[in-house]
Design a protein around this ligand. Sequence first.
Ligand SMILES: Cc1cc2nc3c(=O)[nH]c(=O)nc-3n(C[C@H](O)[C@H](O)[C@H](O)COP(=O)(O)OP(=O)(O)OC[C@H]3O[C@@H](n4cnc5c(N)ncnc54)[C@H](O)[C@@H]3O)c2cc1C
Length: 379
Amino acid sequence: MIAFEPTPEQRTLRDALRGEMQQVQEAALRGDRRPGAVLPPEELCAFIGRHRLGAMLVPAAYGGLEYDYVTVAVVLEELAVGCAGLAAMVAATLHAVAPILIAGTTAQRDLFLPLVVDDPGLAGFALTERHAGSDIMALKTSIKRSGAGYTVGGAKCSVINAGLARFYLVFGTSGAAKGRAGLNAVVVPASAPGVEVGPPEDKVGLRNAPTAEVVLREVFVPAEHLIGVEGGGYLLLMQTLDRGRAFSAAVAVGVARAAFEAALAYARERRQFGRPIIRNQGISFALAEMATEIEAARFLVWHACRLIDLDEDYTRAAAMAKLFSALVAERVASQAMDVFGRYGYNRTYAVDKLWRDAKALATVEGTHNVMRMVIASLL
Ligand SMILES: Cc1cc2nc3c(=O)[nH]c(=O)nc-3n(C[C@H](O)[C@H](O)[C@H](O)COP(=O)(O)OP(=O)(O)OC[C@H]3O[C@@H](n4cnc5c(N)ncnc54)[C@H](O)[C@@H]3O)c2cc1C
């Protein structure tokens, strides 16, 4: 069966969240406008905790919401309409939880899943390093056998939820010479001795998503914190990244929709030359293209998520969804800025936030070129 519409349950959920988005937008704008790098407004963390958003994929037996991936995409789009930073905090948590759901033992699920159910239930995904961005095989963080467990040493950059997370899902190597066979994934509790969080990064966009370096000073974790088999981290990482890309794409659709809706409302209200500017084809045609691209992006996202739900091959679909949606978000947000004229640029409206948030999505979860590399390799 091919379904292009959300189910009644998904609609109810979406509409309930939509009703709360104005409050979220107000808090988000306050957070975004603060100078320097600061933690998100408390209302945003409280919102995540109240709705157990970090536990959307967690089985009900653990107190989670047990949503399928399509439903999560529907939710992330709504959240991103309210605030992409908020959506990014949730997506990062889902990203950190994914390896536990994919390869975790029952004991590991018992141990770690409740941590994202409890308020505010955030986790961090720690992969990127100073010299290892797109090139993940350049990772230097070491995860080495040590007595009854492992020691983890290194520094992870740009970790969303750093400082607020209950745990970090850390990828590292047991020896660079081993290549892919040396990659491992471990859960590092935020409270473990030797975990240090740097100051929040002062970012251009996603300013409500706290992002910082996480330094791991020979942190000891018990053996049961290794997710999957020793040396099996590469496959786990690939599966996790693919899923994360589908989620990041859903966030991009939300940002694009927020920019489109703002531009449409403004174009109807703003009058020049004696009539609303939307009465000019130069504006209405741009809006028509924005609406079309957003629909197309959403279907790519749902398609990728549906493949994940069906446990079919989703790598190419997720990369296509991420590439296209992030490009659409950038394009739509930029065009929306143009529709607002000087009122977009002087920050009278919030459209500049959407423009800056959209730009981040070009890089988060892999750059446009990395998506192109993945798609090209699967043509
Ligand atoms: C807001 C934000 C939040 C983030 N959150 C997290 C997080 O929570 N956890 C985490 O682990 N990481 C996180 N990241 C890091 C993110 O995953 C990386 O920034 C991303 O993978 C790109 O790495 P890089 O920035 O080092 O760029 P680089 O890899 O240095 O790339 C620089 C440029 O070169 C291009 N390029 C590189 N190699 C090639 C190639 N072979 N062919 C063509 N072009 C190429 C890239 O497309 C890019 O345009 C975050 C980043 C941002 C911006």
